[in-house]
Design a protein around this ligand. Structure first.
Ligand code: MN
Length: 214
């Protein structure tokens, strides 16, 4: 099967596709992550950090079995997606317009990030993500929840991030936070101060989490 992210791939679309395909592989199912285009700069940065190969780009899935991540709208899929068999959906947005003619597995939760749901699928199946994959999913959670400051952030996201990372949280977060700051091209002082306070608050939380998992 193909685990397919949405158009204009961001961190979540990339990392959840990689995470979910890897979970299926662990469960003995053939699965390949795929993107519908080049990853955006932040997603590309995460990919470079992980050292994983870039998933293949697919703009046609007619006749394939697919599992889609981070969307549930036809409009976010490939043009020929109605000719594919949709085996399942992982998403954290409002329910889209996709319907199927066969039963499917749906994991749609009101949380901050699809990678949070994928992490819980690992738990459901009694599996542990590989360290590199965990790092990617953690990156997606940081990105989608805006460093855990965004309005859609839930405790489920924080727990997923915390449990996922018995790895050095700060080592992963710091470059991503730096990169976020650069990407946002922060120009005025108050924005800079807000970011500073947000990051300081997040880092404090990360250190507490880091201690509690060790
Ligand atoms: Mn997302």
């Amino acid at each position: 099967m193909i685990v397919l992210g949405h158009q204009n791939p961001d961190c979540d679309s990339l990392c959840s596709a990689i995470g979910l395909a890897s979970l299926f592989n662990k469960l003995g199912k053939e699965a390949t992550p795929a993107l519908q285009g080049e990853p955006n700069p932040e997603a590309l940065f995460l990919l470079e950090q992980s050292g994983l190969p870039q998933p293949e780009i697919r703009t046609s899935v007619a006749g394939e079995e697919i599992f889609i991540v981070d969307y549930s709208d036809w409009g976010q899929g490939t043009e020929d997606m109605k000719k594919a068999t949709i085996l399942g959906i992982v998403d954290h947005h409002k329910l889209g317009d996709i319907t199927t003619s066969t039963p499917l597995e749906c994991w749609i939760w009101p949380v901050g990030c699809s990678a949070t749901i994928v992490y819980n699928m690992y738990k459901f199946h009694n599996q542990t993500p590989d360290a590199t994959v965990a790092k990617m999913m953690m990156g997606a959670i940081i990105s989608d929840t805006v460093n855990f400051q965004g309005p859609t952030t839930t405790d489920i996201d924080k727990i997923a991030a915390q449990n996922q990372l018995k790895l050095p949280v700060l080592m992963i977060c710091k470059p991503l936070l730096k990169r976020n700051l650069k990407l946002n091209r922060i120009s005025n002082l108050s924005l800079l101060q807000n970011s500073f306070y947000a990051i300081r608050k997040y880092l404090k939380w990360a250190v507490r989490s880091w201690r509690s998992v060790n």
